[in-house]
Structure formats: structure tokens, C-alpha cells
Design a protein around this ligand. Structure first.
Ligand SMILES: C[S@@+](CC[C@H](N)C(=O)[O-])C[C@H]1O[C@@H](n2cnc3c(N)ncnc32)[C@H](O)[C@@H]1O
Length: 382
């Protein structure tokens, strides 16, 4: 590295400022690379959204989990007459670099080589046609309606308020009831996550054996309770959600759909199941819901909550450090998803859970780790 007359260091022809703001040239360049990554962090989500919409993971999966397709073969499967293959090549090149697809070279007649694209563990989760798929969640989280609230975070910090409402003119549940397409997009995303998480719950949590009836509060279109009833056919399942949600639910064996408002009342049962409900609400609302759940179960009953348990805040040693199956950073990302989409919801540490459970009428609880982002929090009135 040479110095020029202005006291600037020269590296690869670039001038590096030497005002002492950065500790070293290495730190300065590393920081710049990180800042570029932040600047374009959206590119990966939106390029993935594009290939999911085009069904490219499905095209490859249909040939087999280890199959590969060339660009020409993919383009031939697209539904328009003259797709822009060069544009798709650039998107695929980026996604190979990001590990969403793998690329291999294969020899063609005449000595030329072609690139063939295969699935990676990430894109195997993005095949829409499989029962366990994250594609509906990816499409919902990257819809214009759900991305728009993120543009209002600065206003939320400065003046408070609900990001989703600032962006879309209404809070999420009433917006969903007035927009059937968004309602379906949201409910499908929830159902896809319910299938994935129920597999994890049923593999690790033994607490359904003693139940004859179970109410899934905020159960969406009933996927979770249907899975529980399938595994424990002696349980009568009730799927309880807002009327506009249960109106779109299919009939499910062993499950009764009931429309209503959990802030008003909750149907009775031996136990209440709530997956991804509490995180949508502030502490006071959660306590109201928990009190209604308490009224709906016998003294020997319980609530089974499926939600994230965040690691304790730095400097707080009261909670145990948990060994999570999914990188705990995803829990803090979901906390921001709550800023974007809910009206006061948040992810909680064990200490925060303990407080709302106690105030909601549940004096005892266990946290059971499952191979998923969320944990099971089983809480008892006595
Ligand atoms: C994040 S979703 C979770 C859905 C489902 N439990 C799951 O995990 O797949 C929250 C659910 O709460 C429902 N919900 C919102 N407000 C409600 C209310 N006042 N009473 C009943 N359900 C409500 C929504 O319609 C939505 O289905």
C-alpha cells in the first residue's frame, strides 16, 4: 500500500481515508462489505420469491430430489411462449451463490458445457407441492402487504402506532377479513407452518394422552388440531377462530370449527392449545385471553402454548439458556415481524412468559423444547 500527498492510503487504486474513524484498512473494508450486505439483504428473499412463484424448485423436485435441470429445460417448462432466459440465468446465478440451488457442469455434444441446477437443503423446503413446505410462508412474508409495514418502523419508533395499519390502513385481522386474497395467503402460510411444527410437537411432546377434548384457540383453518386428532383419535377437536377464518376452513375429520372472539369467550374443553397466538398481543391482551382460557378448562386442565421463548436479555441471568433447534436469531427476527404485523405483540423471554401466565391464572408451567423455532409451554392452573 502506498500513501499519496493527501495522507490517504492507496489500495488497489482506491483511496482509503486515514482520519482514524476506522481502526484499520481491513476494518474499513470489512465494514463496507457488511454495509453492502445490509443494503441488499432484501435481494435474496425477493429472488427466492421469484423462483418460488415460477415453481422452479417444484420443476426440479418432480424429476427427483437429486435431479438437475439445465436452464433450457427450466425455460421450456415455463408457461409463457418466449420467457427471458437471460434474466432467469442471472437470478439462478445469484441463488447458486447464496446456496439456494447447486450448479454442476455437464458436457454437451460438440464439447460445450452446460450448467445444470439442482436442489439444496434450502430449496427442498421451497417445493410448493410437498406436504411439508415453507413456500407459502415465504410468499406471505414477502407479499407487498406484509413488506410495506417494515417501511414504517422509523415512524413507529418516533411516534408509536401500528406499522401494519400505517401501511395498509387497517390492523391485520380486520384487513384480512376485508381482503379474501390476503386472508387465504395468510391462512395458507399458517397452515404450512402448523404442519411443520405439529410434526415436531408430536415427536417430542407427550401431553395429549390424557385429553378427551382440546380447543385450538386461534387455530386458523384447523391444520394443527386436525394433526393432533389424527395422532390421538380419541380426542374431540374444536378449531376456534374469527368467523371470516373458519368460514374458509375445509371440513376435517374429528374437528368441529367454531367462529368467535377469544377476547369474549373461549369454548370449553379439557385443555386449550394456542400456537402462535400470544406473540400477536401485548401483555394485557394476553392476560385477558389466558383468563378466558382458564374459565374454559377444569381445575385439572391446562393450556398448551406453542411460541418462541427468547433467550434472556443480555445481563439478565434469571432464565436458563436454552438449546434451540433453530438459530435463536430467527426468534428475534420474528419479534420484528410482530412489530411489522401485530398491534403490540412481541416474542418473550421465560421471565416475561412467567409473568403473564401467573397473571392469567396459571401458577405452574413447563417449557418443553421441540425441534422447531417455537417451544411448547405447558401451563396449569394448580
Ligand atoms: C398467527 S395466526 C396463528 C394461526 C394458527 N394458530 C397457526 O399457528 O397456524 C393467529 C390466528 O389468531 C386468529 N385471531 C386473531 N384474533 C382473534 C380473536 N379475537 N379470536 C379468535 N381468533 C383470533 C387469527 O385469525 C389467526 O388465525
Amino acid at each position: 500500500m502506498d500513501s499519496n500527498m493527501n495522507g490517504l492510503a492507496m489500495s488497489n487504486g482506491c483511496e482509503i481515508s486515514r482520519d482514524g474513524f476506522f481502526e484499520s484498512e481491513e476494518e474499513e473494508l470489512q465494514g463496507q462489505a457488511e454495509a453492502w450486505k445490509c443494503t441488499f439483504a432484501f435481494a435474496e428473499s425477493l429472488a427466492v420469491k421469484c423462483v418460488v412463484l415460477l415453481g422452479i424448485p417444484d420443476m426440479i423436485a418432480r424429476e427427483g430430489p437429486r435431479a438437475t435441470l439445465s436452464l433450457d429445460e427450466i425455460v421450456a417448462k415455463l408457461p409463457t411462449e418466449s420467457p427471458d432466459a437471460a434474466c432467469l440465468f442471472r437470478i439462478m446465478r445469484f441463488l447458486v451463490a447464496k446456496g439456494i440451488f447447486r450448479a454442476s457442469k455437464s458436457a454437451r455434444e460438440g464439447g460445450a458445457f452446460e450448467t445444470r441446477y439442482g436442489l439444496t437443503p434450502a430449496s427442498k423446503w421451497l417445493v410448493k407441492g410437498r406436504e411439508l413446505s415453507m413456500a407459502p410462508m415465504l410468499l406471505m412474508q414477502n407479499d407487498k402487504t406484509t413488506l410495506a409495514p417494515w417501511h414504517h418502523f422509523n415512524e413507529c419508533v418516533l411516534e408509536g402506532g401500528v406499522a401494519f395499519k400505517k401501511a395498509n390502513g387497517a390492523e391485520i385481522w380486520s384487513y384480512a377479513s376485508d381482503h379474501p386474497d390476503f386472508n387465504n395467503l395468510f391462512n395458507n402460510a399458517m397452515a404450512c407452518n402448523a404442519r411443520i411444527v405439529m410434526k415436531a410437537i408430536l415427536s417430542k411432546y407427550q401431553g395429549f394422552h390424557s385429553l378427551n377434548s382440546l380447543v385450538d384457540v386461534g387455530g386458523g383453518t384447523g391444520t394443527a388440531v386436525a394433526e393432533i386428532v389424527r395422532a390421538y383419535p380419541f380426542i374431540t377437536g374444536i378449531n376456534y377462530d374469527l368467523p371470516h377464518v373458519v368460514a374458509t376452513a375445509s371440513s376435517l375429520s374429528g374437528v368441529q370449527h367454531v367462529g368467535g372472539d377469544m377476547f369474549e369467550t373461549v369454548p370449553t374443553g379439557d385443555a386449550i392449545f394456542m400456537k402462535w397466538i400470544m406473540h400477536d398481543w401485548n401483555d394485557e391482551d394476553c392476560i385477558k385471553i389466558l383468563k378466558n382460557c382458564r374459565k374454559a378448562i377444569p381445575d385439572t386442565g391446562k393450556v398448551i402454548i406453542v411460541d418462541v421463548v427468547l433467550d434472556a436479555d443480555q445481563g439478565d441471568n434469571t432464565d436458563k439458556k436454552r438449546k434451540k433447534a433453530v438459530d435463536p436469531i430467527v426468534g428475534t427476527v420474528f419479534d420484528l415481524v410482530m412489530v411489522a404485523h401485530s398491534s403490540g405483540g412481541k416474542e418473550r423471554t421465560e421471565k416475561e412468559w412467567k409473568r403473564i401466565l401467573l397473571e392469567g391464572g396459571f401458577s405452574r408451567y413447563n417449557i418443553i423444547e421441540i425441534p422447531a423455532l417455537q417451544s411448547v409451554i405447558e401451563a396449569f392452573p394448580r
